[in-house]
Write a protein that binds this ligand. Structure first.
Ligand SMILES: NC(=O)NC(NC(N)=O)C(=O)[O-]
Ligand SMILES: [Zn+2]
Ligand SMILES: [Zn+2]
Length: 507
């Protein structure tokens, strides 16, 4: 036996050292057809000089094992390179928790010519977004029942490159039917979304305060949020421009006057009251209300602050386009910039940044809401009749960074606005931070690298020509995106199979 051992020892040593050398090498470019990851193994370390954890930014190493974060080491990362492990060394690139976009319209089933699960999630992966929560409208039918949620899940099969959760819709038809809402929430909707003004989609009608209060009662039981498009139509204030001589529909100023900040204020006032009433009415905590895409940084924001101060469970998001653009600079007829609520003036844009930095705005979302280009009416450039919605899912990280740099934003703030707080809103306790036992969802990116967003750029979402940032030079290039340990995107290449998971709320 001893003789046998000594004979084979050199051979064993040789095989061991070959295996050691082989597995030490990062395998960025390896892809096996039909696989979920551009890596061939599921236990490895990611090292970089800038790892963003809740404790700050430092050199570090993150051990990934079977889709989870097993260890996070700060400092000393280079020593790991000498160990017998798979190591992906990203040098000076920033390793951050993957972005969680709580507001995207993926439009499938029914309007896949607008966007789709495959194209939308490929764009997300290329942009460092590892989880998307899909809005209940713009697909057909809208996600307003257990059955229609099942249609979503069916349509999403084998098309998800990142993880995708679903908001259900609160509409007049189900608002007074608690058992229908129960079923939708039990089937896994992460919360409900409603509109306080017409949504532009026929099978997604608007809700009034009574509907909203009914919805809040059911949601409180499940501890899930109500997301609200907070604009109320005030007829008296909306047609000023149209009756005057200055009502050129190609002018952005005309559109702006048709949807004044008072619409947002009126809606937020109603929500503040609804939150207070439903709290008094039996549920000590009340349901959580989340205001989507806040555009007005003045009175609306003051009302939000007052409501939070008064104890309401309330959060608010804004979107990169409100932080990047101002009304004054939107060219006549360029309906790529039409969205609701509208992009407001430069002073408003600056105070949105201040509110975000001071923590009064809790998080960011894309509100990726594309349509087919014909609905944007580019030939006429008519802001009043064109479809409203900004399309730029893939670029939210570089845009937030490019415009935020002037305000001195930090990587930890980015992680808080784009990962930690969105994870909390969507009830995803295992996502949103680089911490032990969390899902191994990361974006690796180079903040300093600038690029032209021109016609040669690989844009993965549908209808590249309606992207709002085309023609800009921006900074912050995404190198790699990991979803539950799978390297789903790396330097212009996606994994060959779509292995993102549908996220359903647990009971
Ligand atoms: N039907 C929509 O997608 N509307 C969206 N449109 C925007 N934001 O212009 C939205 O989120 O309100
Ligand atoms: Zn909206
Ligand atoms: Zn939206």
């Amino acid at each position: 036996m001893d003789i046998l051992k000594s004979r084979f020892l050199p051979l064993i040593a040789l095989v061991a050292s070959v295996l050691f050398l082989y597995f030490r090498t990062p395998t960025f470019n390896k892809s096996i057809d039909g696989e979920c990851s551009l890596l061939t193994h599921d236990h490895y370390w990611i090292v970089s000089k800038r790892v963003v954890t809740p404790r700050g930014v430092s050199p570090g190493a993150v051990e990934v094992k079977s889709g989870h974060i097993n260890t996070v080491k700060e400092g000393e990362y280079h020593k790991l390179l000498l160990q017998n492990e798979h190591v992906l060394d990203y040098g000076g690139a920033v390793v951050m928790p993957g972005l969680i976009d709580v507001h995207a319209h993926l439009d499938e089933p029914g309007r896949e010519e607008w966007e789709g699960f495959s194209t939308g999630t490929k764009a997300a992966a290329a942009g460092g977004i590892t989880t998307l929560i899909d809005m209940p409208l713009n697909s057909f039918p809208s996600t307003v029942s257990e059955e229609t949620l099942k249609l979503k899940l069916e349509a999403a099969k084998k098309k998800l490159y990142v993880d995708v959760g679903f908001w259900g819709g609160l509409v007049p038809e189900n608002a007074f039917d608690p058992s229908a809402l129960d079923k939708l929430l039990k089937a896994g909707a992460l919360g409900l979304k409603s509109f306080m003004c017409p949504s532009g989609i026929n099978d997604f009608p608007m809700t009034n305060s009574t509907h909203i209060k009914e919805g809040l009662k059911v949601l409180a039981k499940y501890k899930r949020p109500l997301l609200v498009h907070a604009e109320v139509v005030l007829e008296s204030e909306s047609h000023i421009a149209l009756d005057s001589d200055e009502s050129d529909p190609r002018s952005y100023a005309t559109y702006l006057k048709t949807r004044p900040p008072s619409w947002e204020e009126a809606a937020i006032r109603e929500l503040k009251d609804a939150s207070e009433e439903t709290r008094v009415g039996g549920n000590a905590e009340g349901a959580h209300i989340h205001i989507v895409h806040l555009a007005d940084s003045r009175t609306s924001l003051d009302l939000i602050k007052a409501s939070k101060h008064g104890g309401s469970s309330l959060t608010v998001e804004t979107c990169p386009h409100y932080l990047a653009f101002s009304a004054e600079e939107i060219p006549d007829g360029d309906t790529r910039f039409k969205c609701a609520p509208p992009i407001r003036d430069e002073a408003n844009r600056q105070s949105l940044w201040e509110a975000l930095l001071e923590g009064h705005i809790d998080m960011l979302s894309s509100d990726h809401s594309p349509s087919t280009p014909d609905l944007k009416l580019f030939d006429e450039g008519d802001f009043l009749r064109a479809w409203g919605g900004i399309s730029s899912l893939q670029f939210v990280l570089p845009i937030t960074w490019s415009y935020g740099k002037a305000y001195g934003i930090t990587f930890n703030q980015l992680a808080s606005w784009w990962s930690e707080r969105p994870a909390k809103l969507a009830g995803q306790t295992n996502k949103g931070a680089i911490k032990r036992e969390m899902d191994a969802d990361f974006v690796v990116w180079m903040p300093e690298v600038e690029f032209e967003l021109d016609e040669n750029y690989d844009i993965y979402h549908k209808h590249r020509n309606i992207s709002a940032y085309l023609g800009q030079r921006i900074s912050g290039k995404v190198l790699a995106t990991f979803v539950r340990g799978n390297l789903v995107y790396s330097e212009g290449k996606h994994a060959s199979a779509a292995c993102g998971a549908p996220i359903l709320a647990k009971q």
